[in-house]
Design a protein around this ligand. Structure first.
Ligand code: FES
Length: 168
């Protein structure tokens, strides 16, 4: 009789232990699984981002313009803020260079005096057209699609990265 009682207590504790382990696994595993699957379930929206009036940009200048990346994560906060280097080459001729180095993603700086993009992290250097001039970057700076709206505003398309330049 006592043996049965001990056995049933042991069985009960074993089941409670299993249930708690399963609960702990679910508490940890479900958010991780949801995070990993979220890009498949909810694709990142791609929306034009306004960066200012055409008249605010001078022909021949390359300036940094910031915008909010259309992130699907409500808690992205400040990390959803990003920027591009925008160059106005003519009346309606704009080029937007990704601010991120193609090596490891550090933000590059534009040096007007040298007409170069410089990466402060590992010394990557890009020519004015975004092609690699030296250092570790494996390829040219990415470019984003730019448009001018009917009310003369400049907009960039965040998820339109293209790499159009290659130098021999
Ligand atoms: S991140 Fe730019 S050179 Fe390494």
């Amino acid at each position: 009789m006592e043996d049965e009682s001990v056995l049933s207590r042991r069985r009960f504790l074993s089941r409670v232990s299993l249930a708690l382990s399963g609960l702990a696994g679910a508490v940890v595993g479900i958010p991780i699984l949801a995070y990993l699957l979220s890009p498949l379930l909810e694709p990142t929206p791609n929306e034009w981002r306004d960066v200012g009036l055409v008249e605010n940009f001078r022909i021949g200048e390359t300036v940094e313009v910031a915008y909010d990346d259309p992130s699907p994560l409500p808690w992205a906060g400040q990390t959803a803020r990003t920027a591009v280097w925008l160059r106005r080459s003519g009346e309606a001729d704009f080029t937007a260079f990704s601010i991120n180095c193609t090596h490891l993603g550090c933000p590059v700086n534009w040096r007007q005096d040298a007409s170069l993009f410089l990466c402060p992290c590992h010394g990557g250097v890009y020519y004015a057209d975004g092609s690699v001039a030296g250092g570790p970057p494996p390829r040219a700076l990415n470019q984003l699609t730019v448009r001018i709206t009917s009310d003369q505003r400049v907009q960039v398309l965040p998820r339109s990265l293209t790499q159009t330049i290659s130098r021999a």
